[in-house]
Design a protein around this ligand. Structure first.
Ligand SMILES: Cc1cc2nc3c(=O)[nH]c(=O)nc-3n(C[C@H](O)[C@H](O)[C@H](O)COP(=O)(O)OP(=O)(O)OC[C@H]3O[C@@H](n4cnc5c(N)ncnc54)[C@H](O)[C@@H]3O)c2cc1C
Length: 435
């Protein structure tokens, strides 16, 4: 038994770890134990979606082979444990990149499908599932299901965003996008109210592919923030070659959180005031623009031994401003500030995944050090606002939402039950689906 943690480091429980090593014989490896298991990729989900305490996890990271790539069409077939960074770094020189990636590229293709992840360009490119052509799924009874929008589509849409419960994804076929190079023309625009944020968001949709914003939820009466938008630069042959980015590792494991009531306002003040003077225009390496946190591996250790929570909700646009305003008010009042607070809008595209998170609206993601009951009390308040706005919480980030809130936010959960593999279970599935 090995101790396995998720990204939030909230628990440190033992798991029986079986490393899947060959996509053709996955079924033999899965059946090495008789108890229920769950697939586990890079463990970049914050909560309990890939955990299965005292039970089995099937580690997929050795299923890391490319199977085929068509240079003309950009269609990639690969095993499900391939890491997005490997796709990006090896195929960019050929002129292709993934159309949708999250704020880290250290995740597996299987994890990206199972959470139907989103990026900073939802308005233009939707979520990961919008570029997924097909999946090869292995069930614990040995059945192999090949599915796509045309072949077994019901399995395709259950597995997309299906949090690993429909079977083990062993292979996937993805449509990449053609790209002229890896530089991004980026702009950082300071804003001073939620109203300004929404105006900037609306104004940016047509001309900017990527947009995201950092928001200060510790200080000030209004919502100060930095709106960051970017486009891939054109005619890149005139730019110097992309440098290779060397990642660093967070050097210590502090016993207590370095993010606290003293450090947080100082960080927010410095970050905002460094950037607030005027709109800043830069040409950035795509890794710096999309994955700034990857530059410091294991940064999650800065929250100390007790770990941290991430709270991410999406609420419909028509009530979004009011709901986010109320959330920020509640957070400021609680004194539980968030170091990484990200506010962005989603477009109208829906991928069709029965349990997919992205939906039209505005999404707020916040990291909070684990201060026990105080933090959980704040989440109850945020849940109330999310529920009143008829929003939902993101399963990839969650570790504590109630079953009621889940059922309200994911109204197709009833349709999902029949696709759950009886040999699969996770801490999240027991908590939210009772299986
Ligand atoms: C710094 C940071 C930034 C992030 N930014 C974003 C963001 O912008 N947008 C976003 O959407 N997410 C974001 N995330 C969340 C992350 O993208 C997801 O949690 C992703 O699913 C993690 O993939 P993983 O390979 O680590 O999978 P894990 O976390 O190990 O597992 C996630 C789920 O996938 C299932 N799974 C994994 N492999 C398989 C397989 N082969 N077959 C079946 N099921 C499988 C697991 O059972 C589990 O349900 C971020 C996370 C971090 C740490």
């Amino acid at each position: 038994m090995n101790k396995i943690q998720s990204w939030g480091r909230l628990t440190n429980n033992k798991h029986r770890v079986i490393s899947l090593i060959n996509s053709n014989s996955v079924i033999n490896q899965i059946n090495l134990t008789s108890n229920k298991g769950i697939s586990h990729g890079m463990g970049r989900s914050y909560g309990d979606v890939a955990l299965n305490r005292n039970n089995t996890i099937w580690l997929t990271t050795q299923l890391n082979h490319f199977i085929s790539f068509n240079l003309k069409t950009g269609i990639l077939q690969c095993e499900a444990g391939v890491i997005l960074q490997d796709i990006q770094r090896s195929l960019l020189p050929q002129g292709w990149l993934l159309p949708v990636t999250p704020g880290t590229q250290m995740i597996t293709v299987g994890g990206a499908i199972a959470n139907d992840i989103h990026g900073k360009n939802h308005h233009h490119f939707g979520s990961f599932g919008d570029h997924l052509i097909s999946i090869k799924l292995v069930r614990t009874n040995g059945e192999v299901i090949n599915c796509s929008r045309l072949e077994n589509p019901e399995w395709f849409f259950a597995t997309l965003g299906g949090i690993g419960l429909t079977g083990v994804i062993v292979e996937a076929t993805l449509q990449l996008r053609a790209i002229e190079g890896g530089w991004i023309e980026a702009e950082t625009v300071p804003y001073y109210s939620l109203n300004d944020f929404f105006t900037l968001s609306d104004q940016s949709i047509a001309d900017w592919e990527h947009s995201v914003s950092w928001i200060d939820c510790v200080q000030g009466k209004e919502a100060n923030g930095l709106f960051i938008r970017g486009n891939f630069a054109k005619q890149q042959h005139q730019y110097p070659h992309l440098p290779t980015i060397q990642d660093k590792t967070f050097p210590i494991s502090p016993p207590f959180s370095l993010v606290n009531r003293l450090s947080l306002p100082l960080f927010n003040f410095a970050y905002f005031h460094n950037n607030k003077r005027k709109t800043k225009t830069q040409r950035l390496h795509y890794e710096k623009f999309f994955y700034p946190l990857d530059a410091l591996q294991q940064w999650n250790k800065m929250y100390g031994k007790k770990g941290f929570y991430q709270y991410q909700c999406v609420v419909p646009r028509h009530i979004g401003q009011e709901a986010i305003h109320e959330m920020l008010k509640v957070i400021k009042k609680s004194g539980e500030g968030s170091f990484l607070a990200v506010l962005k809008t989603f477009g109208d595209r829906e991928s069709g995944g029965l349990l997919s998170f992205p939906r039209s609206g505005v999404t707020l993601a916040l990291d909070f050090p684990n201060r026990g009951d105080k933090t959980l009390k704040l989440f109850n308040e945020l849940d109330r606002i999310t529920a009143e706005a008829e929003g939902r919480l993101y399963l990839a980030k969650d570790t504590r939402m109630s079953r009621d809130l889940f059922e309200m936010g994911y109204p197709r959960f009833n349709e999902f039950f029949k696709y759950i593999d009886p040999g699969i279970s996770s801490e999240m599935s027991r908590r939210l689906l009772g299986v």
